[in-house]
Design a protein around this ligand. Structure first.
Ligand SMILES: Nc1ncnc2c1ncn2[C@@H]1O[C@H](COP(=O)(O)OP(=O)(O)O)[C@@H](O)[C@H]1O
Ligand SMILES: N[C@@H](CCOP(=O)(O)O)C(=O)O
Length: 352
């Protein structure tokens, strides 16, 4: 008898201002992957037939060795001695997370691939071990940790020099890392995470420009070193932010200031028309309900955390994009919840 595996992975917003490569929030927008065993299908070198539906799939490769989800799954299986899927399977992807917008689409794809391998190969990997595999593909832990465990998550990689973690890449795209070759069996426990409190009153206003910005390009814009005062600026804010979002009644100005950043946003301004004005203009006094505003991940999406007046906040941010030169920047608005559940995988036995 065959089985069906249904995997859901949330989108994530990384950084939340000062927490570059550290913080992630999981959001109510999902990548869904369904895999059916096809016992009567002819075996193939990978045993995978891949198909996509939905709008966020154009241009994505259907070759199992090139596609980020199946490539990740094949990588995990190969580390554990399986050259391919144990039996022929049709894998169907319904992706609601827009690509290259700073909402963690690649992190979600990697997490889905690891969960898929774990399920079809009956590998019995712990959540911690799954994170190790994710980190061999996507070297910054913020998106994958939040997508895997859900909620408001802080994470770190162990020291690369002493404990063998993959070096945090600044220029390589997630896609190029695994295509370069097999990243190798991960060392144990290379990433650690902690779920933090987040008030249920907080919702996420996501303003998504209708252009893609590859994370690799936005990472390449960052400088090789930082001024001590800029690092201290971020550390001060990050320490406050970790607790400020969890208070039952969020303090808007405390959070607003705690979401400022001098480590990545200033260097990415030129890649997102409107970002300087958006960050400089709106605050809790002139925009009631607003708690804080930042670039989501590597951008170009803007993330505003808020407790009220969501549509008004969205309209103000969108108006800035509308006013940009050469006809403005088209945007889509999504009001998202911060979800406490991370990635899930459910197995059901097919009826005979
Ligand atoms: N569902 C998916 N299936 C296959 N590949 C995906 C999927 N989601 C993302 N990717 C890959 O990740 C790339 C986007 O990654 P990235 O530049 O890091 O942006 P994002 O901020 O969306 O994570 C896509 O161009 C694609 O190559
Ligand atoms: N910390 C990373 C986060 C990238 O997130 P994504 O959603 O844009 O892939 C960075 O800022 O580069």
């Amino acid at each position: 008898m065959g089985s069906t595996y249904t995997i859901s992975v949330p989108a994530t917003s990384a950084n939340i201002g000062p927490g570059f490569d550290v913080m992630g929030l999981s959001l109510s927008l999902y990548l869904h992957v369904t895999a059916h065993t096809s016992p009567t299908a002819t075996p193939s070198p990978t045993n995978i037939t891949l198909a996509y539906t939905g709008s966020n799939s154009s241009g994505l490769p259907l070759d199992p060795h090139a596609n980020l989800i199946t490539r990740t799954a094949l990588y995990v299986l190969s580390c554990l001695g399986h050259a391919r899927f144990p039996q022929p399977m049709s894998v169907h992807v319904d992706n609601r997370i827009p690509l290259g917008r700073g909402l963690g689409s690649s992190g979600a794809a990697v997490v889905a691939g690891v969960l898929l391998a774990n399920a079809v190969g009956r590998l019995g990997l712990s959540q911690q071990r799954m994170l190790d595999y994710c980190l061999m593909i996507e070297h910054h832990p913020d998106n994958v940790a939040a997508a895997l465990v859900g909620g408001f998550v802080a994470s770190y990689l162990v020291d690369v020099d002493r404990e063998g973690a993959p070096e945090s890449e600044t220029t390589a795209a997630p896609d190029t890392i695994a295509e370069d070759g097999h990243p190798g069996v991960p060392p144990e426990n290379i990433g650690h995470f902690l779920r933090l409190g987040c008030s249920p009153k907080i919702r996420a206003v996501a303003i998504i420009p209708q252009f893609e910005l590859a994370t690799a390009k936005a990472r390449a814009a960052l400088p090789p070193s930082y001024k001590t005062s800029d690092v201290v600026f971020n550390l001060q804010r990050l320490a406050v932010l970790t607790t400020a979002l969890g208070r039952e009644t969020p303090d808007p100005w405390l959070i607003y200031r705690a979401m400022e950043d001098k480590v990545h946003q200033p260097y990415r301004m030129h890649l997102i028309p409107g970002l300087p004005e958006i960050l400089a203009t709106f605050n809790p006094d002139n925009t009631p309900g607003l708690l804080g505003i930042c670039l989501s991940g590597a951008g170009p999406t803007i993330l505003a955390l808020a407790i009220d007046n969501f549509d008004e906040i969205a309209a103000k941010i969108r108006a800035v994009f509308d006013r940009q030169p050469d006809g403005g920047v088209e945007t889509v608005y999504k009001l998202l919840d911060i979800v406490s559940e991370g990635a899930t995988c459910i197995e059901t036995a097919d009826e005979e």
